[in-house]
Design a protein around this ligand. Sequence first.
Ligand SMILES: Nc1ncnc2c1ncn2[C@@H]1O[C@H](COP(=O)(O)OP(=O)(O)O)[C@@H](O)[C@H]1O
Ligand SMILES: [Mg+2]
Length: 317
Amino acid sequence: MDLNSEYVLTTDHLTKKYGTQISVNNLSIHLKKGQIYGLLGKNGAGKSTTMKMILGLIKPSSGIYSLFGKDMSRISNSDLKTVLARVGNTIESPGFYPNLTGTENLRIFARLRKLPEGTIEDSLKKLKLPYKDKKLFSEYSLGMKQRLAIANATMNSPELLILDEPINGLDPEGIVDIRKLLIDLSQNHGTTILISSHILSEIQLVANDIGIIDNGALLIESSLKELIEQNSNSFIFKASNSASIARAAKILEQQFKLRDVTIVDEQTLSIGHAITNSAEVIKTFINNDIDIQMAYLEEGTLENYFKSITNEGSHND
Ligand SMILES: Nc1ncnc2c1ncn2[C@@H]1O[C@H](COP(=O)(O)OP(=O)(O)O)[C@@H](O)[C@H]1O
Ligand SMILES: [Mg+2]
């Protein structure tokens, strides 16, 4: 059985050092076919460096990666070209000419890839950019430049699309457009997408899988669904002493048949989900001489989780 066939891209302890600084540290990520993978991390976390290694623009210091099941550390030059032709990216796009229009810029890349003229108009339209227009690239807004980079990256219908912070510089309407485009590519065309961002809420709306990176290292890799489930609401009870907390836990487990009860500390008890019968629970506690002092729903958000783990990461070095 070929374990790799499910994956379009895997990295295995991928590492990049610049002198003594480690920009990417033993990173192992796994992109499944047709999924949108969000690489999430603060500025300087190592996202762009990771993408540049995957695209062969810089050489890893150690570790390996494979694209479409091919070990890229052992690949021949001709195979490398074939593999990279199946990948679209926005990292190399500063290569646009300022004194040419968007259409003229795309035409250069289309010819290099031997794509017909029609694809230029199609991809510009998809990104809501003008086809017949005199506006030069130098006159483009940041949002338009970003759209042109994505038009260029998607022009040859790549199987893997690598987008480095594509939302940067876009207005809210532009963000919605790009989000729709990415979801369409993944759901209707089977395109696998690696997208980086430092903003969780952006990743959260498109990605199926998430890798959180901090100081070059992967902190967690998970499906978005699981991550949200693990960070869902909890119901908290506070009492003045550990004996009360222990008794309360017993009642919740035995009488209310709850399985996700955790004693957080001597004065705190947590149920791993929201409950609707809190009044009944409190009444039972009081009847059992438990001095409940507080009872409340604590809303867990992925945002809080992301903040807490990335802050912890920076304390560790
Ligand atoms: N060419 C380079 N030389 C030295 N350090 C670099 C180089 N490129 C990136 N770095 C450093 O590597 C770390 C990760 O950078 P980068 O991958 O650009 O992060 P991100 O894209 O997540 O913001 C940063 O500390 C950055 O300063
Ligand atoms: Mg970057």
